[in-house]
Design a protein around this ligand. Structure first.
Ligand code: SF4
Ligand code: SF4
Ligand code: SF4
Length: 249
């Protein structure tokens, strides 16, 4: 049986998600032997237009990103959005809040004309996304699990419950006990409560659970006199585009 051809592509992002794949360590050999990697922006110079699966890092923040993404979308049968930038627009969406022109001026001053930038959007605004490896960056095992499931013809399991579930399972003391705000009650799990486990607040880099108003850990919130709305105020850091996209629909 021929191995599935995989392309790993980077749009506007920091490259950290691609690095996570390169840092798979002992799993990397298994990964490379299970698939045929024909494109990998950060790792190989060869380029091919014959891939079935596309792993895409980065948001759409330039017209060049749109052209590349639409080209990939015509070739790939399965598209996996890798990371927060790709899945929700991620940190790059913060500039949309200022307005792209204003943000360019703030950062580049009178050289802003040199910068080609458009309003940031997640890749799902341009191509159909089949699966999401969420997070900034996603966990290495999740990337491998998604691709492995696809190779075996299975549907990858993506958690739809809040980070609090993982955090409590680990026996962590809740950060609210220390007066630290945390988005765990509404953030999508799958990172094994990576941040609260080291006493750092969850900022929902994996996006929110489906329908936070229904599925949030409301018992925990009410324990601290909070509502879903109270903690959703912190949602913008990684998810500013989500609100903008939802509002515009
Ligand atoms: S999701 Fe995070 S690690 Fe991945 S490209 Fe964006 S900023 Fe970098
Ligand atoms: S709010 Fe944060 S620290 Fe508290 S249980 Fe949930 S994830 Fe853990
Ligand atoms: S704990 Fe929250 S911010 Fe940290 S990796 Fe998980 S979802 Fe992202």
């Amino acid at each position: 049986m021929s191995k599935p051809k995989v392309g790993v592509f980077g749009l506007t992002g920091c490259g950290g998600c691609q690095l996570e794949i390169l840092n798979l360590e002992d799993q990397l050999i298994d990964f490379i032997s299970a698939v045929d990697i024909v494109n990998f922006t950060e790792a190989i110079s060869e380029q091919s237009d014959t891939y079935e699966v596309a792993l895409i890092e980065g948001s759409v923040s330039t017209t060049h990103d749109i052209e590349r993404l639409e080209h990939i979308g015509k070739i790939a049968k399965i598209i996996i959005a890798v990371g927060a930038c790709s899945g929700t627009g991620g940190l790059n969406c913060l500039k949309n809040l200022y307005g792209t022109e204003k943000a360019k001026e703030l950062v580049y001053g009178d050289k802003k004309g040199w910068i080609e930038a458009i309003d940031t959007k997640p890749i799902s605004e341009y191509v159909k996304v089949d699966y999401y490896a969420r997070g900034c960056p996603p966990t290495r095992s999740e990337i491998v699990d998604i691709v492995s499931a696809l190779i075996m013809g299975k549907v990858p399991e993506i958690p739809s419950y809040p980070v609090c579930v993982e955090c409590k399972r680990l026996g962590n003391t809740c950060l609210y006990e220390f007066g630290i705000k945390c988005m765990g009650p509404v953030a999508r799990a799958g990172c094994n409560a990576r941040c609260p486990s080291v006493k750092s607040s969850c900022v929902a880099c994996r996006g929110s659970i489906d329908d936070p108003n229904v599925n949030a850990q409301k018992d925990l919130l009410s324990q601290y006199g909070l509502t879903v709305e109270d903690i959703m105020e912190g949602f913008n850091l990684y998810n500013a585009c989500v609100k903008i996209v939802q509002k515009s629909k």
